[in-house]
Design a protein around this ligand. Structure first.
Ligand SMILES: Cc1cc2nc3c(=O)[nH]c(=O)nc-3n(C[C@H](O)[C@H](O)[C@H](O)COP(=O)(O)OP(=O)(O)OC[C@H]3O[C@@H](n4cnc5c(N)ncnc54)[C@H](O)[C@@H]3O)c2cc1C
Length: 444
């Protein structure tokens, strides 16, 4: 049985490990932290005793590999899918405009859903068909990689209002970057796969349990039953190379571990730290230095009473882009409410204190949900994820690395590697499958 060491227990590393173990490899996952799931994980918050995600995550029906992965683990039923794509857009004055897509063949479902959205004029809605036509014609070969989302949408006649109240919200949610920075190719794939895909693919899903609970103990059990294991608290500090191959990996206290194959499932900025100096600047790995991250701030707010009726909604003209009503989503019997707020592309928030952030959030919620003005904020938690996702800025795709590397026994996975998808859970899971397949091909 060939052995593999997977470095990193996020969604990419675990997807790779499960795929390899299912194909007959003996797999050891080494994870630096105490929990599994990396940037999409959860933990028990001490003050409230509640399970909190490391930032609210949305899944989409088009996350094909993620669904397969969770099905293998037996936890797919923990994702709650919307019956039809539906989102309430709430303005700062509390006005609600609803996108509610009926069960019609795609893309009719989306256009029928848009008709009821009263933030846009009829002609602005009709004009959106131009984006649909452009996406149908888009070749997927990087033809939109040199222009921003903003420039692309303007060239398709999208008005300021339709960009601000519709396309920008999709862009920031899916790409974690503003439309004047993000490349148009990345939005085109999201639109093709999700919004203009089948009704099933455009459905939004939310986990009804903590994100780590989707993975653990299912992954450990799956690997253990196939001769593998997951070791937490195992920080890998280096890759030792000899005769053009990885000889072993370096752990703390001068320990090393070896296997037939090695997979780095680390984010690009963490991979840089363990690469041998000789590789850091070579023509393959050196490309990493061109990649950048984009931040997400996640704010959890507890109130003494219900303040919103929806399970989740998008906010308009606010810094907070999305609000999730956790008690409703998790069918919790707890009194009061627990809201998860998301600020993506949060560069402007980097220097702000918790108090400043909470003040902004409360002001914005007060406008959007008048009930919150009478409610007492009981507690809060601010989570700053500086390196939340790979920034899909114009030209970035050429610097994403393939899962196969020039080192014959070293493979890569991670949401940032070249999958053709923006850096999401789906990209992470798909990259893990691709790395596993690359090992299999190498062996054959
Ligand atoms: C706040 C937030 C909100 C998001 N929202 C969404 C969303 O709604 N939908 C969506 O699809 N995606 C979303 N994402 C993106 C998604 O979380 C990531 O794309 C995905 O989790 C990346 O998984 P990964 O396995 O590639 O990397 P990671 O999750 O970063 O996994 C890497 C793992 O390696 C470990 N590690 C690091 N260094 C070492 C070392 N030296 N030795 C051993 N282990 C090490 C880390 O502890 C980590 O567990 C969001 C991300 C954030 C932060």
């Amino acid at each position: 049985m060939k052995s593999v060491i997977v470095i990193g227990g996020g969604w990419a590393g675990l997807s790779c490990a499960v795929h390899l173990a299912g194909s007959g490899y003996q797999v050891t996952v080494l994870e630096a932290g105490k929990r599994l799931g990396g940037r999409a994980s959860s933990f028990v918050e001490q003050k409230s005793g509640r399970t909190i995600d490391n930032g609210q995550h949305l899944f989409m029906g088009c996350y094909t590999e993620t669904m397969k992965f969770l099905k293998t683990l037996g936890t797919l039923d923990k994702l709650k899918f919307q019956k039809n794509l539906g989102v309430d857009f709430v303005s700062r004055t509390g006005k609600i405009s609803t996108l509610s897509c009926p069960r019609l063949p795609s893309p009719l479902h989306l256009f029928a859903g848009l008709l009821r959205l009263d933030t846009l004029s009829f002609s602005e809605k009709l004009g959106m068909a131009k984006v649909h036509r452009a996406v149908q014609k888009w070749d997927g070969n990087g033809s939109l990689s040199k222009i921003t989302v903003e420039a692309w949408l303007k060239s398709l006649g999208q008005s300021d209002r339709s960009r601000r109240y519709f396309w920008d919200l999709i862009t920031i949610a899916a790409l974690n970057e503003k439309s004047d920075v993000a490349e148009a190719d990345s939005l085109a794939i999201v639109l093709k796969e999700a919004f203009f895909g089948s009704i099933e693919k455009s459905q939004i899903a939310i986990s009804s349990v903590g994100l780590s609970d989707l993975l653990n103990p299912a992954c450990s059990d799956y690997l253990a039953s196939r001769g593998g294991k997951i070791e937490n608290d195992k920080l890998v500090t280096g890759l030792n190379i000899k005769d053009g191959q990885i000889q072993n990996i370096q752990l703390r206290e001068n320990r090393t571990m070896s296997a037939d194959y090695y997979v780095s499932a680390l984010p690009f900025f963490a991979l840089k730290n363990i690469l041998p100096d000789a590789l850091k600047a070579d023509s393959f790995f050196g490309r990493i230095s061109h990649l950048e991250s984009s931040p997400i701030f996640s704010i959890t707010l507890w109130f003494d009473r219900e303040v919103m009726d929806q399970e989740f909604c998008a906010l308009l003209d606010t810094h907070v882009q999305w609000v999730f009503n956790k008690n409703k989503i998790n069918r919790s019997q707890e009194t009061g409410s627990c809201l998860a707020l998301v600020i993506s592309g949060a560069r402007d928030f980097m220097g702000k204190s918790d108090d400043e952030i909470i003040k902004i959030c409360l002001e914005e919620l007060g406008g959007c949900f008048p009930k919150s003005k009478d409610a007492r904020p009981v507690s809060h938690l601010v989570q700053r994820e500086k390196n939340a996702t790979l920034s899909p800025k114009v030209g970035y795709a050429q610097y994403r690395l393939s899962q196969k590397t020039p080192i014959p026994n070293l493979f890569l996975c991670g949401d940032w590697t070249d999958t053709g998808y923006p850096a999401t859970i789906e990209s992470a899971v798909l990259s893990g499958v691709k790395a596993s397949q690359a090992i299999h091909e190498n062996r054959a």
